[in-house]
Write a protein that binds this ligand. Sequence first.
Ligand SMILES: Nc1ncnc2c1ncn2[C@@H]1O[C@H](COP(=O)(O)OP(=O)(O)OP(=O)(O)O)[C@@H](O)[C@H]1O
Ligand SMILES: [Mg+2]
Length: 243
Amino acid sequence: MPVLETHGVTVTFGGNVALDDVSIAVRPGEVTGLIGPNGAGKTTLFNVITGMQPVTSGGVRFQDRDVTRWSPGRRGRAGMARTFQRLELFLSLSVRDNVRVAGDIVRSNTRRRFDVAARTEQVLARTGLLDVADLDVSALPTGRARVVEVARALMTEPVLLLLDEPASGQTESESETFAELLLEIAGAGTAVCLVEHDLPLVMQTCTTIHVLDHGRLIASGTPAEVQASPAVIEAYIGQEATA
Ligand SMILES: Nc1ncnc2c1ncn2[C@@H]1O[C@H](COP(=O)(O)OP(=O)(O)OP(=O)(O)O)[C@@H](O)[C@H]1O
Ligand SMILES: [Mg+2]
């Protein structure tokens, strides 16, 4: 059973169609990839899923409920968490405080009661951030700062974790460690949806991949299936030719 489904999601901005009849599913226990060239509509789809962007038509189901008209806050309380393409961290706070504050926010926005300090230490350990926990985020290289964003999202113990280019700025070895983290998070039961241009990371972690191009879903399948899809090859070659 998918935890998240979009049904025929269409979003237009003025005359521009950013998403055109997009239906995808995201299942628990797996990393689901969402890839496509720049401007394909990946972030817009995340905005629709999290309630930050209203649909022109179509709908979103989360945990078998129609959440299309729910506010972002209500979706968050129901178990959605996301990270942003642009880092949204408190740069002058330490790594530990950035993570702890996310826990404080969950506690004040929900009726959930838990030990914020204890969960902070668990999440820092799980994400491999203990060695840099006392540093200001501004002192971290971008690749590690992205992991802090994931750690903040994990403080909510999400049912669905949406990651928008979490590996951008990561070195090859950081990206390998990150792949293990994604598989561990999914293995623990969270549905992970990954938007990423780092295709080796996507191919290594995802069970299913959805490919967008100019707002349209041009392929959905296993890594092997999408890599063999002529439409996908065409979209990526087209991008390289114009880059
Ligand atoms: N708020 C907005 N108003 C108008 N147009 C928008 C808005 N947000 C996105 N768009 C347009 O919608 C299309 C899809 O953009 P989107 O940011 O979703 O792409 P993306 O796949 O995330 O690209 P990238 O890989 O560069 O992050 C683009 O043509 C973009 O210019
Ligand atoms: Mg984007």
